[in-house]
Design a protein around this ligand. Structure first.
Ligand SMILES: [Zn+2]
Length: 223
């Protein structure tokens, strides 16, 4: 069949559809029964459970709650519970950080307003006020940095916790590797920890507050 035939066929079928649509709809012979409203019942089976595969992946809390209510306790559920705890920890740490930073910022603005320049201020007073403001801003930044380190430490703990849990379950992995997050930005403190270790051995992670190091699984032939 040529292209023209196909096109003709296409237009023909198109025109048919239009004429069908234009005809008045026939009344149904049987009365339409109102649809029965069934209560939504979720039936999750053990094998439907999604095992955690990433720290940032959103956990299906609904499924997890169903399992816990129905007393289903298996490896997948336990992994999911653990991940939920970890995610909550991360979320809480982040919320706490943001809330405290907000308070610090409000205080900063209040303190800065005390040193607002006035027309009557002479040059010397202006200079003093300006340096006072700079000092307050520096203090604020320092405090926010401290808060961020506190939060990042909790992140690192959750990350390490997940990594070593998964490593334990991974039968193919024979070890793990400690890496710095970047050549320049990486931890100076952890330089000595860089290397490969057998499962169950090696330094504690995180090694210090605000550690940004990265961990990798090591497989046979890589150690
Ligand atoms: Zn470190």
């Amino acid at each position: 069949m040529g292209i023209l035939d196909n096109m003709l066929k296409f237009f023909k079928s198109d025109s048919q559809t239009i004429s069908e649509n234009q005809s008045t709809p026939k009344e149904p012979k049987t009365a339409i029964e109102p649809r029965e409203q069934k209560p939504a019942v979720h039936l999750f089976k053990d094998e439907d459970l999604h095992i955690s595969d990433g720290l940032t992946r959103r956990l299906n809390v609904e499924k997890l709650e169903w399992c816990l209510i129905n007393g289903i306790d298996n490896k997948a559920v336990r992994a999911a519970v653990k991940e939920k705890e970890r995610n909550d920890k991360i979320q809480n740490a982040d919320n706490e950080f943001k809330a405290q930073r907000k308070i610090l910022h409000q205080n900063l603005r209040l303190e800065l307003s005390k040193y607002n320049l006035l027309r009557k201020d002479d040059a010397e007073i202006k200079k003093v006020k300006k340096s006072q403001k700079d000092l307050l801003r520096d203090e604020y930044r320092k405090k926010v940095d401290e808060l961020a380190i506190k939060r990042n430490t909790i992140f690192a703990q959750a990350y390490g916790d997940k990594f070593f849990y998964d490593l334990m379950l991974d039968e193919d992995a024979i070890g793990w590797e400690w890496n710095l997050s970047g050549a320049d930005s990486g931890c100076k403190i952890c330089k000595n920890n860089v290397g490969k270790y057998k499962k169950g051995t090696g330094p504690n992670f995180p090694a210090h507050d605000g550690c940004t190091c990265l961990l990798n699984s090591v497989y046979k032939g890589e150690l």
